[in-house]
Design a protein around this ligand. Sequence first.
Ligand code: AMP
Ligand code: TRP
Length: 355
Amino acid sequence: MSSPVSPDQKGGQTPKTFMPRIFSGIQPSGGLTLGNYLGALKRFVEKQDEGIETIYCMVDMHAITTWQEPAKLRQQTREGAAAFIAAGIDPKRSILFNQSQVGAHAELGWIFNCVARMGWMGRMTQWKDKTAGKNAEAASLGLFAYPSLMAADILLYHATMVPVGEDQKQHLELTRDIAIKFNNDYGVDFFPVVEPLIEGAATRVMSLRDGTKKMSKSDPSDQSRINLTDDADTIAAKIRKAKTDPAPLPDTAEGLKDRPEARNLVNIYAALAGHTVDQVIRDFAGAQFGTFKPALADLAVAKLSPITSEMNRLMADPAEIDRILGDGADRADAIARPILEQVYDITGMIRSRRK
Ligand code: AMP
Ligand code: TRP
C-alpha cells in the first residue's frame, strides 16, 4: 500500500491534504475499565462504522515503560484485543494489532526522540503525575520518552484523527509539535498535523470512590472502577456503593456543577444510553440516588454484559486472537514500512539493503 505523500515534497509548497485515517491505542497494562470503554472503545467502533479507515493498537511497548510481569502482559494484550472485538471492532474492516509486532513504531520512535526536546517531555502532566511524590530519577527512560513513541504510533500511518479520552489531549498537542518540528527541520511537508477527537459525554469518566480522580485501571481500589470483566452482580454492587452526595438530582445540567460524583454518574448514564446529559436530567429531575443508581446499574449491565460474555468466549481461543493480531500487524506493517523508509530518506540514512 502506498502513502498519498510523495517523498520529495519540500516545504514552502501548498500543504498537502492527507486521506482521513484514524489511529488510536490502548495500553495492556491492566484490565480495561468503563472509562476505556466510554472514552475510547465505544467511539473506536463508531468511527469504524462511519466507514473511515481505522487502525487500532494494543500498545505493549508503552505498557513496559512501567514494570509488567511478562505472563500478565501477554494475557492483558489478548484480553484487550478480545475487548475490541467484543465491543464491535471487526478485524477485517479495522486493522487490529499489537505494537511490538510492527518494528517501525520503535524505529520512528527513536527518530522522534531526536526531534522532541527534553523540556517538552518534562512538561507532560502524565509524566509529572506518574512521578509525583516518587523518585523521578528511578523512573524508566522509556516513561519519560513515552509521548515520543506515541507520536510515532500515530504519524507512522499519516493518521489524521485520533479518538482518545481527555487525559491524552496534551500528548496529542506534543504529537503536533513533533510533526511540525520534523517538517520544519527537514524542510518538508511530510507529516500531517493531527486532530484529537475528544467527544461525547464521557471523555473523562471519574472514579466511583472520588469524583475528582480519573477512573483508572491502575487505581489500587477495585471499587473505584468497573472492569469490562466484572459480572452483573459486581457491576450493580459497585454502582450501589458509588460515592454520592445526599441531594436529589437537579432539574438542569447546571445544577451538577460542584457535584463531581453526581455529575460523573449522570455522564456515565448519558454515554451508555447514547443520550445527552440534558435528556438524562429531564428524565431524572428530582430523583433520589436510591432510584437513579438502580436504573444506572440496569443500563450498565444491559450494555456491558454482552461484551463481557463475548470477551470470555474469545479468550477461550487465544490462538485465534494471536492469529488476528498477526494478520493486523502484517497489514499495519504494509502501510507503515514505506512511510518509515521515506523518513529514513528525508533524514539522510543510507538504505542500500532496501528491496
Ligand atoms: P489507557 O488505559 O491509559 O491506555 O487509555 C486508553 C484510552 O482510554 C485513552 O484514549 C484514554 O484517554 C481513554 N481513557 C482511559 N481512562 C479513561 C477515563 N477514565 N475516562 C475516559 N477515557 C479514558
Ligand atoms: N497514551 C495512550 C494512553 O495511555 C495510549 C496510546 C499510545 C495512544 N499510543 C497511542 C493513544 C496513539 C492514541 C494514539 O491512553
